[in-house]
Structures are given as structure tokens and as C-alpha cells.
Design a binder for this molecule. Structure first.
Ligand SMILES: [Zn+2]
Length: 206
């Protein structure tokens, strides 16, 4: 039986943490950043942009998921052709709309029907997104630990919160809600599988 910490490391074999969904957003080497801050008794949020630079690495180009078994196109039942693409697909789970980003599928421009390869297996990811009340989720992030936001917070705040969550990752229990006190705020979220959803940010009243 492996510890959670080993699982965590397995998710980041190169020690680099990828943050969805903005393309071009840098990756942050969380472990190194965390060690650096701990050694100096400071928080990641105390660092200037210049100080953060050594911990950033450019996000790699989006991978192509076109496996050798996938064909370029398939026949659509409307008589036209469905073309293979990796793009966003809109889904409805009960009454909730969920956008599935970067998902490989066949798409018919004529009748707009979408077909997935059986291996694509979108149901578990949609179930997770629905349970966590997410409006969108990135297919590419399904197998790695991913932090997503429900609240419309600014990028700087999101960045800090991601760092805080990574620092507290060992105390976050799968399937359960968590609350982390961060400065004058309480960050409330839930982890299910690989996904950590930040659901609320509450200002503490002193
Ligand atoms: Zn069609």
C-alpha cells in the first residue's frame, strides 16, 4: 500500500505541476517553490514576480491525442462525414451544462453530432465534474492532480491558492470537503479523485 505522498509524487514525475486551463500559462515547480519558501520562512505569495521566475517553466505545446488506432474520419448517419478533432464539447448532465475541453472526438459539421472513441470514456470525468458542480473540465487533466475554480477569482489569487493547496495536499482527504485558512480568507473546496475543486472563498470577519 502506497502512501498518499507517493501517489502525489507519481502524479508529478518531473516535479512540475501543470495548471489548467489557460494555454501559455507557465507551470510552477511546486515542490521546489515550497522548499524555497519554507527554508526562508516566507509564503509563495510574498515572492515578487522576479523571485518566482526560477520556479516557472513554460507550458509545453498541447499534445496531440491522435493515436494510431484513431481514424481521421468516420461516416456519419446523416450521410456526411465526421472528422476527428480535439476540441471543446458541450455536455448536459441532468440540467447542468458542462464543457469538456481538449477532448478527442469525431464531429459532423453537417448535423453537429459528436462521437467518441470507446476508449475516450468521458462518463467518469463528467460524473466528477457534476459532483463537484463544475461548469467546465479539461480532458487532458483527467489523469493528473488538477485544481479547478468555481468562483470568479483573479489570477493572482488563484495562483496563491494553488500554492496553498499544494502545501496542504497531504491533509486533503479524497471525497471530503476541506477548508484552508489563508490570510484573511477561508478557502473551501472538495477533492474527488484527481480533481480538487475550490468552491468558495470566504472573507474572515475579525
Ligand atoms: Zn452528421
Amino acid at each position: 500500500m502506497k502512501s498518499d505522498d507517493e501517489d502525489f509524487e507519481d502524479d508529478f514525475p518531473d516535479g512540475v505541476y501543470a495548471i489548467p486551463p489557460s494555454p501559455g500559462e507557465p507551470k510552477i515547480k511546486v515542490r521546489k517553490l515550497s522548499d524555497y519558501c519554507k527554508a526562508r520562512g516566507i509564503k509563495p505569495s510574498d515572492l515578487s514576480e522576479e523571485e518566482l521566475k526560477p520556479f516557472l517553466s513554460e507550458r509545453s505545446e498541447d499534445k496531440c491525442y491522435h493515436s494510431s488506432t484513431m481514424r481521421d474520419s468516420i461516416d456519419c448517419r446523416c450521410g456526411k462525414t465526421k472528422v476527428y478533432q480535439v476540441d471543446t464539447v458541450e455536455h448536459y448532465v441532468l440540467e447542468k451544462k458542462i464543457l469538456l475541453h481538449h477532448v478527442p472526438h469525431y464531429y459532423c459539421r453537417s448535423c453537429k453530432e459528436v462521437t467518441y472513441d470507446i476508449d475516450t470514456d468521458i462518463i467518469p470525468l463528467l460524473k466528477l465534474a457534476y459532483s463537484l458542480q463544475l461548469k467546465e473540465i479539461d480532458w487532458q487533466d483527467r489523469n493528473k492532480l488538477t485544481i479547478v475554480f468555481n468562483a470568479d477569482d483573479n489570477d493572482e489569487l488563484r495562483h496563491d491558492i494553488k500554492c496553498i493547496i499544494n502545501e496542504n495536499i497531504d491533509s486533503i482527504i479524497d471525497g471530503e470537503s476541506f477548508a484552508i485558512i489563508y490570510g484573511s480568507r477561508v478557502v473551501v473546496g472538495q477533492k474527488m479523485g484527481n480533481i480538487i475543486a475550490v468552491q468558495k472563498m470566504i472573507e474572515k470577519v475579525f
